[in-house]
Design a protein around this ligand. Structure first.
Ligand SMILES: CC(C)(COP(=O)(O)OP(=O)(O)OC[C@H]1O[C@@H](n2cnc3c(N)ncnc32)[C@H](O)[C@@H]1OP(=O)(O)O)[C@@H](O)C(=O)NCCC(=O)NCCS
Length: 453
């Protein structure tokens, strides 16, 4: 194996270890598109889900059953119409719908068992009728009223994988056909899940045929790589339409989940091998990630912050980790700086200095020691990368003597003096001899985007 390949592999393993630590004990709610079950890679996807479960992640599965239900209804010659993406389920169809939904969950349970994990199918969703809307009586098609979280938590506590059929029962025991997306969304919000996945038969949220909010990048294969909660809301407003649209429906659930407190929603392609693991364990995502704003506490620096920021930088300056800066330096470059503030106190700062050749330097990065290892540093880097991306820059770089590993973990790779913009090359301090770490933003658009959890 050549050295570069080995280095890349080691880097991937390091990134994965970081994420394993981070996600142990967290809950991932996963909706599996029903059509994937027949796909030849589905058994591998189940194997990957079992791996997640084994490493201590609480996995909850909600398989969609639409295809199987359609198949069974067709066999028994029961015709149901669909209104706004919802099947109108007449009472006579319900026994068959139940049978088909449980067929799917049984299949998943069997496949989990084949991989050494135990799944449990349960009746944990209280449902209510959709009722009559715009003159259409949805009959036995329902909505989620409540998820019995206590029981689900107990099941998780026993080391089992809960599997939700797309059926719910009313308080009086009447069964309703439910949407798997709605069930997955409801569980993720009620359980305050770390992640909600829509594993779909699509590459993510695609751009073609939709209006895309400004500053949202689309990969070369036409996939929207990430959307903040606000951008997801904007995407929905820009593309509002009267007729049902499956993609907008998914984005709407993702948006509501983020509003409900879920940090990350991922829409990924279940037809590509290893997509789930790549999405979780590497800094680069390949589907679409919709996320609650992780930059809530980050804002541009103002003059009043300068003394506090200098105080924050002082220990690192004394240690020689940061270059010496004065109040005048900070005031002169105030527009470059961002700070991380909690309850009126600044706990981190960093700057983005733009140079020629569409490159920018990340500099002056410090996190208050008492706030270290909380992911604030990574969030600051992600914030600056977002700014650089919005400015349509080509790459960001950092000159560092002590933190090269930390930046490497985030996908930065080692560069040379020759890579620096000429004006920065001139000021390169050969005596200090810092390492140069670069992050190419063009990759952002072609090979997935930096995902800082
Ligand atoms: C480097 C620094 C910004 C990291 O900030 P942070 O908010 O603590 O970092 P995060 O929480 O995002 O990341 C923490 C992880 O990075 C690791 N890490 C921290 N500093 C590191 C370093 N110098 N080298 C390698 N890894 C490092 C931690 O061990 C932790 O690992 P884990 O997730 O496996 O537990 C902070 O330690 C700091 O201010 N250092 C002094 C100033 C400095 O070095 N600035 C960079 C100049 S270019």
């Amino acid at each position: 194996m050549d050295k570069t390949m080995l280095k890349e592999q080691v880097e991937i393993i390091r990134q994965a270890f970081g994420y394993i630590n981070q996600f142990k004990g967290e809950t991932f709610v996963i909706k599996l598109e029903g059509s994937l079950i027949a796909h030849h890679l589905f058994p591998l996807l189940i194997r990957d889900l079992v791996l997640l479960h084994r490493m201590g992640i609480n996995v909850i599965l909600v398989p969609g059953a639409r295809d199987r239900i359609n198949e069974v209804l067709k066999k028994y010659a029961i015709k149901c119409r669909t209104v706004n993406g919802v099947r109108v389920s007449p009472p006579e169809a319900i026994p068959l719908i139940k049978m088909a939904a449980f067929d799917v969950t049984n299949k998943i349970m069997t496949m989990l068992a084949e991989n050494g994990a135990n799944g449990v199918i349960g009746n944990w969703v209280r449902a209510k009728s959709i009722g009559v809307r715009n003159g259409v009586d949805f009959q036995c098609s329902g909505l989620v009223e409540k998820v019995q979280i206590d029981i689900v938590n107990k099941v998780l506590g026993e080391g089992l994988i809960p599997i939700f059929p797309t059926i719910g029962w009313s308080a009086k025991g009447r069964p309703y056909n439910l949407s798997s997306s709605e069930i997955a969304f409801s569980i993720s919000v009620e359980l305050n899940a770390a992640k909600l996945f829509f594993i779909a038969d699509r590459p993510g949220v695609t751009a073609q045929g939709y209006k895309i909010p400004k500053e949202v990048y689309v990969s070369s294969d036409g996939v929207v790589s990430q959307l903040t909660k606000a951008q997801a809301g904007e995407f929905l407003d820009l593309n509002a339409r009267d007729s049902y649209d499956e993609q907008l429906d998914l984005v709407a659930y993702a948006y509501r989940a983020c509003k409900g407190g879920v940090q990350r929603v991922h829409v990924i392609d279940g037809r590509v091998e290893g997509m789930l693991l790549k999405e979780i364990f590497s800094n680069r995502g390949f589907g679409t990630m919709i996320y609650a704003n992780q930059h809530d506490n980050i804002r541009p620096m103002v003059m009043g912050d300068v003394p506090e920021v200098l105080r924050l930088m002082q220990p690192s300056i004394e240690e020689g980790v940061l270059v010496h800066r004065t109040e005048t330096d900070l005031a002169e470059y105030i527009d470059n700086y961002a700070v991380y503030e909690v309850d009126g106190t600044i706990h981190a700062c960093a700057a983005l200095q733009v140079y020629s050749g569409r490159q920018a330097e990340i500099a002056g990065m410090v996190v208050d020691e008492t706030y270290s290892n909380l992911g604030i540093g990574k969030r600051m880097v992600s914030y600056l990368i977002e700014q650089a991306t919005a400015k349509k820059l080509k790459a960001v770089f950092v000159l560092t003597t002590q933190t090269s590993d930390w930046f490497s973990h985030m996908g930065f790779s080692q560069g040379k003096i020759a890579d620096l913009p000429p004006e920065r090359r001139k000021n390169y301090n050969r005596k200090r001899n810092p390492l140069i770490l670069r992050y190419k933003l063009s990759r952002h658009r072609t090979k997935g985007s930096l995902r800082v959890e």
